[in-house]
Ligand binder design. Structure first.
Ligand code: IDP
Length: 165
């Protein structure tokens, strides 16, 4: 669903990236976008938004019940954020590699050139998000942009489904 084949037969993939509220408030948006383009990603769509608690809890539903959940929701609702659909071959794993490990304070030592090392602070305030699998990329792109953004060409499967049923 997330794939498309381009002219040189490379298979492109899409992923969801978010510049979280600390990244936007810290004026890191331009620097992060430069890194994204430098690494050969295409920013196919972007949207600035402010999450409310309900939407943030839905987005991070897999963490509900964990000790840090409420704190994560306050962090994610603390200001505007920027969601982007990124495209390139192996976009999901390449974006995860570029952002670095979850704990930004550890990333500063182990992955000093990663985005989280550059603009994150700690395990929670880590500046950026990246989908961790094709399943989450599909769910997360749908969450922010709807099915039109899942593929670059043709009729998305969800639209086809809606047409037929
Ligand atoms: P990921 O964003 O690297 O995929 P996840 O484990 O999915 O990491 O966690 C989602 C987000 O929740 C993290 O990016 C971070 O902001 C926050 N988080 C994860 N683990 C902790 C924790 O132990 N304490 C506080 N915040 C956490």
């Amino acid at each position: 669903l997330l794939f498309s084949v381009c002219q040189n037969h490379e298979i492109k993939e899409r992923t969801l990236a978010i510049i979280k509220p600390d990244g936007v408030q810290g004026y890191y948006t331009d620097e992060i976008k430069e890194a994204i383009l430098e690494w050969g990603f295409e920013i196919v769509q972007e949207s600035k938004f402010q999450l409310d608690s309900e939407r943030a809890s839905l987005f991070y539903a897999e963490h509900s019940g964990k000790s840090f959940f409420q704190s994560l929701i306050s962090y994610m609702t603390s200001g505007p954020a920027l969601a982007m659909v990124l495209e390139k071959p192996n976009a999901i794993s390449e974006w995860r590699a570029l952002i670095g490990p979850t704990d930004a304070s550890k990333a500063k030592i182990s992955h000093p050139r990663s985005i989280r090392a550059m603009c994150g602070m700690d395990l929670e305030r880590n500046c950026v998000h990246g989908s961790d699998s094709p399943q989450s990329a599909t769910r997360e792109i749908l969450f922010f942009f709807g099915d039109v953004m899942l593929t670059s060409g043709g009729l998305p499967l969800f639209s086809l489904f809606k047409l037929l049923f």
